[in-house]
Each structure stands twice: as C-alpha cells, then as structure tokens.
Design a binder for this molecule. Structure first.
Ligand code: NAD
Ligand code: IPM
Ligand code: MN
Length: 359
C-alpha cells in the first residue's frame, strides 16, 4: 500500500465548494486503485481565518505544509481582506518557500467542448504554458513614498535572476523535447529595457543547446493576439510570472473558460511539496450559489496524479471529464447547463467509477 499525504487548503469563496467535489474524486481513486491511500488533512487557512486570527495561516504554517507529499488548494481571496494581504500571506509564500518555480498550465480543448474561436478545434488547441512562479514582476521589493503629498509614488522592482530564468527556460525546452519541439517565449524587450533583454538573452543561450527545437521570441502583446489567431502554432510557451498569469486566463477562455483550467505549481527537484490548484480565483460573484464548475479543481487532481507517477489515474480522470462534457447532460451554468457544482461532481465520480472497470 502506498500512502500519500495531502495538505488540503480549500480557501475562500468557491474554493471550498469545488474542493468538496475534488475530495470525492480523491476518495473514488482510492477505491479504483486499491493500492493507494491518500491521507489528507484539511486546513481552514483563508480570509475567514484571517478575520479571526489576524493572519492567513499560523506562524508555523509553512513548516506544517513542508511535511506533506503534495498540497491541494482551492482558491484564496475575499472582499473582506485586501488581496495584497491574503495572497502575499498564503498563496505566494507557499509557491516561493517550496521553490515551486514551474507553474504548469495546460491549454487544451477537451473533447465535447467548443472553443469560442470559430474554426478552431482540438487539433488547434493543445499547448502548455510554463509560467515562472517565484520571481519576476511578483517581487515584494519596492515601496510607497511621499504619502499624502502631490509627489506620492509607488515603486515595484522586477527581479529576474540568472538562476531563476535559466531554470524555468531549461524546463520549458526539456518539456518541448518530449512534445512537438516548439518553444515560444514571451518578452517585452522593446519597452522594458533591462529585465526583458536579459530574459531574451538566456532564452537564446538555452535555445542554442536545443537545435532541434524551434524557438520563437514574441512580444507579449503580439503573442496574446497569436493565441487567438493561430493557437495551433504553440506547443510550449514560456513566460515570466506576470505575463504567464495573464496569458493563461486568456488561454483558459479559449478552451472553455476559467471553470475548467487546472495548474500545477511544481518543484521539479521534489525537495519540497508541489501544489495543485485551479487557475481561477475565489469567484466572489458566484460564491455561495453552488454553481461553480468543479472541473478545474478535478483536472488539477489529474495533474497531481501525473506528478505522483500515476499516469493511468491521471488519464482516467481526464477521460471521465471528457466523457461527461461530451454527453452534455450534466453541465454547470458557465458551460451552458443548469447543474449544480455537486451534481457535476457526482456525475464525474460516477463516470470515473464506470471507466475504472477497464483499469
Ligand atoms: P476569478 O477567477 O475568481 O473569477 C473570474 C471570473 O471567472 C468570474 O466571473 C467567476 O465567476 C468566473 N469563474 C471562476 N472560476 C469559476 C468556476 N470554477 N466556475 C464558474 N465560473 C468561474 O478572478 P477574480 O474575480 O479576478 O478574483 C476573485 C478573487 O480571487 C480575488 O480575491 C483574487 O485575488 C483571487 N484569486 C485567487 C487565485 C488563487 O487562489 N489561486 C487565483 C485568481 C484570483
Ligand atoms: C493565479 C492568480 C494569482 C497569481 C494571484 C491570486 C496572486 O491570479 O494563480 O493565476 O497571479 O499568480
Ligand atoms: Mn491568475
């Protein structure tokens, strides 16, 4: 019997709603596999926790998480706590402390779904964004000066280290070697004159070591347009922290919306736990209504299975998602249906069990 410890952080808004369905899937995977046991502990670290305790997680929160094999997260953020507090005291410290420097975000149109892009189908929409996840534009260096005067100003430094850029770019090229051998790198070296030329330089250095991989460096503005006009030309897209963030919400919209899009925050060296979570946030506009789409959370669990060296289980979960989508019977409102979060989650679990006969 293989035991896998999972730290579960449902978080805020729709986070706990989609996590509930995710945990049903985790339970049914145990039944299907027989040789796997997930030992999960749930942590209520969230904006609710903040309002009670004055902090997003206990002082030793990161030490507690460090002991787990993996972390499964819903979403963080609520209108009651400023985002720069809630995210900088919980989500971002986890990504950084555990050196989850790869944020892996597949942009893949599943069977049974139509893209809002006319004339584009599954063959055209299947790429991966490798987002840098620990530095870049998301740096806490900077400050506010001259508050309350006409000279008031805010400065935020971007931090691009050779170490940080090299490791994410290398990962992207290695991934492309296993896929269709194309890398597109997002830049803005025309308008940002220190960090982005440095980023490009490192991309070129590493590209030179992969002569069989076609490399394109695109300005982020043009790249965003190409996502829409020729998504089929992308295989692996590598981007800095902020550019990767923006590109992946766009990518998600091209393949069915934020309710579907999963992500893995990966520490490739496995020195620390990796974390799996939907790309989306806590969606305060629909929270509490029971209509959030749980697929992004459940697909993130499929990515977690991949990370745990269980590719068959990862594939099985994705197959269940695709079949349920293709049947078009039980869909949440974001997909044009009337089903609740729990109904879609329940249907996915039923489908998973039915498919597992093959397992
Ligand atoms: P959001 O992703 O929460 O919502 C954007 C839109 O997508 C909303 O209209 C929402 O209803 C819809 N949506 C998102 N997930 C959905 C789902 N599963 N099913 C159906 N519809 C879904 O982005 P936002 O509104 O910019 O942010 C809300 C809060 O979440 C903020 O506090 C933000 O900082 C936080 N946030 C957290 C994370 C995270 O924890 N990883 C990610 C993004 C945003
Ligand atoms: C995401 C989110 C976060 C990010 C926010 C909430 C800090 O948008 O995971 O995409 O920008 O990384
Ligand atoms: Mn985002």
């Amino acid at each position: 019997m293989q035991h896998i410890s999972v730290a579960v952080i449902p978080g805020d808004g729709i986070g706990p709603e989609v996590m509930e369905e995710g945990l049903k899937v985790l339970k049914s995977i145990e039944e299907i596999h027989g040789g796997l046991r997930f030992e999960w502990d749930t942590f209520d670290w969230s904006c609710r926790y903040y309002l009670k305790h004055g902090r997003m997680m206990p002082e030793n929160g990161l030490d507690v998480l460090r002991e787990y094999d993996v972390i499964l997260l819903g979403a963080i953020g609520a209108p009651t706590v400023p985002d720069h507090i809630s995210l900088w005291e919980l989500l971002l410290p986890i990504r950084r402390t555990f050196q989850q420097y790869i944020n892996l975000r597949p942009i893949k149109l599943l069977r049974g779904l139509e893209s809002p892009l006319r004339h584009k189908s599954h063959e055209h929409l299947d790429f991966v964004v490798v987002r840098e996840n620990t530095e870049g534009e998301y740096s806490d260096m900077g400050g506010r000066l001259h508050r309350g005067t006409p000279y008031e100003m805010a400065v935020q430094n971007n931090v691009f280290t050779r170490y940080g850029v090299e490791r994410v770019v290398k990962y992207a090229f290695n991934l492309a070697e296993k896929r269709r051998k194309r890398v597109a790198a997002a830049t803005k070296s025309n308008g940002i004159n220190h960090t982005m030329p440095f980023w490009d330089e490192i991309v070129r250095e590493i590209a030179a070591r992969h002569p069989d991989v076609r490399t394109d460096i695109y300005h982020i503005d043009a790249l965003a347009a190409y996502f829409v006009t020729r998504p089929e030309s992308f295989d692996v897209v590598v981007a800095s922290n902020l550019f990767g963030d923006i590109l992946t919400d766009l990518g998600a919209a091209l393949v069915g919306g934020l309710g579907l899009a999963p992500s893995g925050n990966i520490n490739p060296e496995r020195a620390y736990p990796s974390m799996f979570e939907p790309i989306h946030g806590s969606a305060p506009d629909i929270a509490g209504k029971g209509i959030a789409n749980p697929i992004a959370q459940i697909w993130s669990i499929s990515m977690m299975m991949e990370h745990l060296h269980q590719p068959e289980l990862a594939g099985l979960i994705l197959e269940a998602i695709e079949e349920v989508l293709a049947e078009r019977k039980v869909l949440t409102p974001d997909l044009g249906g009337k089903a609740s979060t729990a109904e879609l989650g329940g249907e996915l679990v039923r489908k998973l069990k039915a498919l597992s006969e093959k397992f």
